[in-house]
Every structure is written in structure tokens, then in C-alpha cells.
Design a protein around this ligand. Sequence first.
Ligand code: PMV
Length: 311
Amino acid sequence: MKGSVSAPGKAILLGEHAVVYGKPAIAIPLPQLRAVADFHQNERTFTICAADINRPPWHWSASAANSADPLASMAALTLRHLGICAPTGEITIRSAIPIASGLGSGAAVSAALGRGIAGLYGKTLANAELNALVYAVEKLHHGTPSGIDNTTVVFEQPVYFQRGQPLKTLKPTHRLDFLLADSGVPALTRVSVTAVRQLLRKEPVRTNSLLEQIAAAVAAAQACLAAGKLLQLGELMTENHGRLQHLGVSSPRLDALVAAGLQAGALGAKLSGGGLGGNIIALVEPATRSAVERALLAAGAIRVLSASLGG
Ligand code: PMV
């Protein structure tokens, strides 16, 4: 068997961090930004090549399955799930998703790899099966993930996600345009999630109140998406950024990007993902889109990507 399978990146619109504590969050897939797995069966020892994400080629062995490498974990879990003991074939991973920038690179690479391994044997994994496997890998390597990354990436749908609740996909009635601006600072989600956990221990009342406020904004944003109320949605995003600042997961660079985007006419802007680095997301209108993009680049963004929904 030979072929190519993939999974998209993702961006969180509202609700990051609070989602770790059982609150809802909204995330969107980024279909233009993908991790791809090219697979071909050759009856030789199973090998994964992933030069794009700085991995040396990885060759299957029974002990390699216990590696600390997320790719090895995903391969081992998928092979076990499919009942394959002596795998063969080659998979090459290519990814256009920046690493450690809050855009779901890890989950997308795992999802593409899982699909590629199934492809080697002429099989397809159902999204629910693949989602469980990717989530297991996220848990092994990223601490206490909420599951929003793997869910958005695997189902490739805008989601209203709440841990432990049935998946709710969103169908925005109006077109929404976003810009994602990369601060150029890599940041590990585990670090910001740990920082929030420590704050919760130190200042439980204030921190819980911030998490509740974020949850309320997510619920309000869902209604705005359904009704096409873009001005209000933008305001909720900007307010959400303020709460993330209070949670201690923003940075002067992220704040500068948010401020620049707003000043240039974005309807709303906030950090997206774990924070402390990575990307901000700005809601823009066609009329101000280019001005916002220029302002973000002038404020230090190393890259500005477009994303859209609905319409
Ligand atoms: O993986 P990132 O950086 O996009 O962030 C994930 C969002 C968090 O809420 C911070 C963590 C989680 O597991 O939901």
C-alpha cells in the first residue's frame, strides 16, 4: 500500500487553560497548515522519517516502542491497536505547522502518523479511535492535556469542547477571518499549564474566578458565532486575553502583538494556545485585514497566517 494522509493544525479561539479544569473552549482547525504522512509498504523494517520536525529516522524495534519520543509512542500505540507485531514499511512525515507555537503541531503529527500506519495495511482508523490514540500520546508527553488539541485536529471541525462531554461541532453562520501572528518565541504548553496550576494553588479564589470568567466568555462567544455578532465576539476575545494576562501566561511580546492588532483595526485579539510565546489570533474584517497584517509584522511577528471559517 502507498499513499498520503494528513491532519491540520489548530488554533484556540477562546478558553485555553480554563479548558484544563473542565470549562468549555472553542477551537478551529487550520486546514491550510498540515502535517502529512506519506506511506509506502516495502516489507522492510518499519521506519519513520521526519526531517521536517528535526527527528533522525526512527527504526522499529520492540524496545524502541518504550521511547520518550512522541512519534515512537504514537507508532507503538497504533500498531498495538491494529494488532500488528512485526511492522514493515516506511512513513515520511512532512509538517508545515510551526513547533511549540500553540498551533497543534504535536497532535497533527501524531494524527497523520496514525493514519499513515493504518494506510500501510490498507486500513482506516475511525476518527474516534484515532482521537483516543492521539490523546493517549498527548497524556504521555504533555502532562495534563484537556484533549482539545487532538479533538480539533482529528475531527477537523470547529469545536465547542468540554472535557468529558460529547463532542459539539460548530457551524458559524457568517464568514469569520482571522490572522495568526507568531511571536517567534517557542513555548512548551506544559510550562504554562504548570504555571496556572501553581497560581491556582497559591491564589485559589482569584484564579478560580478568572477561570469562571473565561468560561462565561466562551459560552457568550458560542452565541455570537451562531448569530454572526462579530463585534461582540472580538470584544470577548480581547477580554479573554486580559484574563490570560492575569493568569500569568502572556508575555510583553504577545501583549505588543495584541495591542498592535487592535490598534490597526482588528475586532479582537488574544494569545492562542498555552501562551508565554507562540501565536496570537486576531479577528479581522476584509477592510482592515491588510493593515492589521502589516501592523503585526511591524510589531515583531515573524510570520502572519490567515484562517477563515464559515460563509
Ligand atoms: O497546545 P497549545 O499550546 O495549543 O495549548 C493547549 C491549550 C491549553 O488549554 C493551554 C492546554 C490544554 O491541554 O488544553
